[in-house]
Design a protein around this ligand. Sequence first.
Ligand code: HEC
Length: 356
Amino acid sequence: MGDPREIGCAISWGKAALRLCLFARMIHFLVSFSRLTRYKVPVKIFILALVLFVCQARIALAAANVDFGAQIFPIFEKSCISCHGAEKQKGKLRLDSKAAAFKGGEDGVVLVSGDAAKSDLYRRIILAEGSDDVMPNKGDVLTKAQTDLIRDWINQGAPWAETALANIAPAQPAREPDVPAADFKPGAAELKATASLQAMGIELWPVAAGLHWHEANFRSQGDRNLDAALAQLKDAASLVSLNLAGTKFSGASLANLKSLTNLAQLHLEHTQVQDADLANVSGLARLTYLNLYDTPITDAGLEHLKGLTKLRNLHLWQTRVTDAGAAALQKSLPHCVIDRGWVSTAAESKEPEIKK
Ligand code: HEC
């Protein structure tokens, strides 16, 4: 299946090529035209003006690339998400994450990438105010400028850029009734921690508009030792995603992760995380993604992961984990995709032979 973003990109490249062709033909025409001398000057000017006018209209018709984050999501946020988000899912539709939006509502798919005319979402927003199906179904309808933007965005393949996480986090409270859902608010300790982190130049970002869940990315912190920053993290209960890839910290400071019980994603690739450090991760019951690529982890470290029943993706490429170690963990976590790079494919192709 094509990623809508790729399709959107291909479409915009196609359009750019088309525009270039048109432009080249126009120049060619103008050059040959100016060589003709039998027309009088005013006629020449008139025809030139006409050509320029037609070209401009064509360029205006070929819609400019719509920026989802800057132009489309703010419309959803302002006019749709109050009824199609974490709090309410009218018509069983959510528009606060890519996965949910493309899944559609109770009547099926609402967004057809590349085809606004076939997209129920577009059909509804252009209905007259007061008609049964119009969206939003309360308050002001969208302006023509807004509906045109949404139309162009869908026709451009409906590219929806977001971190993979936004798919997981907003959906999580729905699947897990015990998770503090929409009414979850960071406590005083967390607000203090957030301020301290900010003072160190580290921001916690909301994973999706209107949600109190946060993600933190330390990747850009370079060679700086992060122990002081990690000490603040222990109060950041709203964190659902933490990226420590390529960073420097002492193993002991990973103990601060223990209290991050809402964490769904954890990036520890390219770090010196040790087997024993993973004990701090063993209680993170909501973890669905763990990346240990290019770390000194061995089979002993995997022992700490056996209770992480929500884990769906584990990256172990370029670690010291053995076939046996990975197989043992797979037994405890049958639903987890354990990625060991080329090793895992080799192991898979061997398996059937053993069975014979
Ligand atoms: C005040 C609440 C409210 C707001 C705001 C709202 N909707 Fe809806 N929406 C509903 C209700 C209720 C339904 C289900 C009834 C229906 O199908 O008309 C629905 C259904 C839908 C459906 C059909 C889902 C399906 O498969 O049945 C689409 C598409 C939709 N809305 C899009 C939007 C868009 C886009 C916006 C923002 C521009 C929006 N809605 C804003 C209340 C709302």
